[in-house]
Design a protein around this ligand. Sequence first.
Ligand code: ADP
Ligand code: GLC
Length: 496
Amino acid sequence: MKIEDSIMKMKILMISPECAPYSKVGGLGDMVSSISKQFAASGCDVKVFTPLYATVKRPDDLEKQMDNLSVHMGLGLEYKAAVWTSKLGAAQMLFLEFNMYFDRQGIYNYGGVDFSDNGGRFAFMTRAALDWCLQNDWIPDVIHCHDWTTGLAPVLLNTSLRASPLGGTASVFTIHNLQHQGVFDRGVLEYAGVPMSEFRADSCESYGSLNMMKGGLYNATKITTVSPTYAEEIRTPAYGCGLDGLLRFRGADLVGILNGVDTDVWNPETDPMIPANYSIADMSGKAACKAALQKKMGLKVSKKTPVFGVVSRLYSQKGLDLLARIAGDLVSNMDIQIALLGSGDEWQQKAFSDLSTWFSGKIGVYIGFSNELSHLVEAGSDFFLMPSRFEPCGLNQMYSMIYGTLPIVRSTGGLADTVDQYSESTGAGDGFKFSDATCEALYNTIGWACSTWYDRPEDIAKMRQNAMAKDFSWSGSAEKYALVYKWATAARSAGI
Ligand code: ADP
Ligand code: GLC
């Protein structure tokens, strides 16, 4: 990565509720991990502050860094917490141990029910991160905040901590998903130690409640989101989840930067989790992956039948309810198979499980979270389905393309930005896109992919090559983030 010297010496604190491989619910965990590694590798001092959940697999190099961190909450409350450290590439992990909030199964929820103290839990994480900097005399140039759980950091930097050594630190707030805003009782603001004067419509208040995302968006020095198209979409009522007016207001400070992929982890040439490695020059290993996937998912092992893969959270964002409605017709009317790995809404889990029983051998389903199986689905499928209603960036379509698996996507957010539409007349492109979030549109697009598979196999081979040749590494995106960090520190130095 080419970045200027001034950026290379920067101190960057990531505050995040997830960081792969330690904690991951979705792509946010992957993104935080890979951007941190990327900036640390290019000479920045990067630290990632995140909770030590009960579910974190303790790394071998984990060491206690301090056991007397004083966390200063509002109302004069002071708690003692411990911080553990380990390496993440050249970056430093800082794990916050505080059992009352984090020693439990689940990150945000358990058994489909959100924890009732999430406001307090993540206000505590945020305040602890800032207190850690102050008590360790490590003052970052930039604090990079990720989604609603960290929304109070920019607010604290502008208010209670403005006169502290952190008062000159810039904040960059990344929107990974505007749908989840962290709406809680106003008491959480008081608990976080934010002055109650911030409980107003042009800061943290929304319809009589605290809205952590809104506070972050009003107060951050600069704002990013994870694709250029989503950066435009969220300025409209259809995608703005009630915050489109605010995002138009802050529009001059908001940019969309695509997430990169951690190619150490997602690479068919080296991936240890798949049965055979392969590359653009020698695709033979992909057939072995397909056979292994078909076997694992209880599908009929057949080279000629195309497999349509899914790896996803099963919530309305992802549009897989549309697939649940048409999957039976699809496998009855076309010679195709579906392999789905996912978890989420009860009804969707049940619907897909039932489909795998009714259409056994044609629809294979694994309900749960399995990192290993997710790699096999990417490698062993021929097509990958993402009919998302909205998709801020989406990582799976990029993983798919790297593995020569052609994405079928609704053209929204990062899906619109990363997939190039197939052209039947020229054979160009690397995927299939459609616009309407309807069963018909999804059915017809899968039909189009299926007919291309059977009737124009040379186009499929060409598209695979196109997809695998694309560069989804972090280098380009990291340069854009470096500019944002520089832009944010310049603005903060000017007193903004
Ligand atoms: P989102 O963050 O909205 O869920 P992304 O496409 O950005 O969507 O990232 C999802 C990440 O989570 C990917 O790394 C994907 O492989 C992973 N993932 C989602 N569901 C599962 C699952 N059931 N098992 C394993 N990995 C999953
Ligand atoms: C969110 C979005 C997803 C994005 C990920 C990482 O979970 O839903 O589209 O890829 O964050 O930024």
